[in-house]
Design a protein around this ligand. Structure first.
Ligand code: FES
Ligand code: FES
Length: 175
């Protein structure tokens, strides 16, 4: 099996690893970097529980080889809280009861992040369209929609904003 040396920045930290060509990004995160907040909910690329941001774009990390992230920047759910405070999306999901078991939530949070970057004041149709790749078996989606609407309103009112923490403090970690 061929291997490749890759360098990936995850939540502001640079990781260098030798990986098999077939290794999926989700398994790099969970098994090699111990970032288990990114979940695996299916083996059919449908559930969205594994969603992360790769170079700012929401992607299903079970559909991408780790080598594709070489020299790239990944943001996972572990990188959303900052200075001991939850990210505003996490706060809104909690306040509006947008989760029950929480299994879908890490991926949902990352997809909501991209949704609000694309549509700062989204319609219900835009919310539904942007989140259609994330399956939640618990909530019926109503409270997730409420959380997104509240975030949009807060942002419009000059609220807490949706910036992902800076990665300026990147450190190099190697094997
Ligand atoms: Fe279900 Fe990736 S684990 S889409
Ligand atoms: Fe349980 Fe979404 S909160 S699957």
């Amino acid at each position: 099996m061929s291997t490749h040396n890759i360098s990936v920045t995850v939540n502001g930290t640079v990781y260098e690893r030798e990986v098999e060509a077939r290794l999926l990004l989700v398994h790099l995160l969970r098994n090699h970097l111990q970032l288990t907040g990114t979940h695996v909910g299916c083996d059919t690329s449908q559930c969205g529980a594994c969603t992360v941001l790769l170079d700012g774009q929401a992607v299903k990390s079970c559909t991408i080889f780790a080598v594709r992230a070489d020299q790239g920047s990944v943001q996972t759910i572990e990188g959303m809280a900052h200075d001991g405070k939850l990210h505003p999306i996490q706060d809104a999901m909690s306040e509006y009861h947008g989760l029950q078991c929480g299994y879908c939530t890490p991926g949902m949070v990352m997809s909501i992040h991209q949704l609000l970057q694309r549509y700062p004041d989204p319609t219900d149709e835009e919310i539904g369209h942007q989140l259609e790749g994330n399956i939640c078996r618990c909530t019926g989606y109503h409270n997730i929609f409420k959380a997104v609407r509240a975030l949009a309103k807060s942002s419009a009112d000059g609220g807490s904003g949706l910036n992902v923490p800076s990665s300026e403090t990147a450190q190099s970690k190697s094997l």
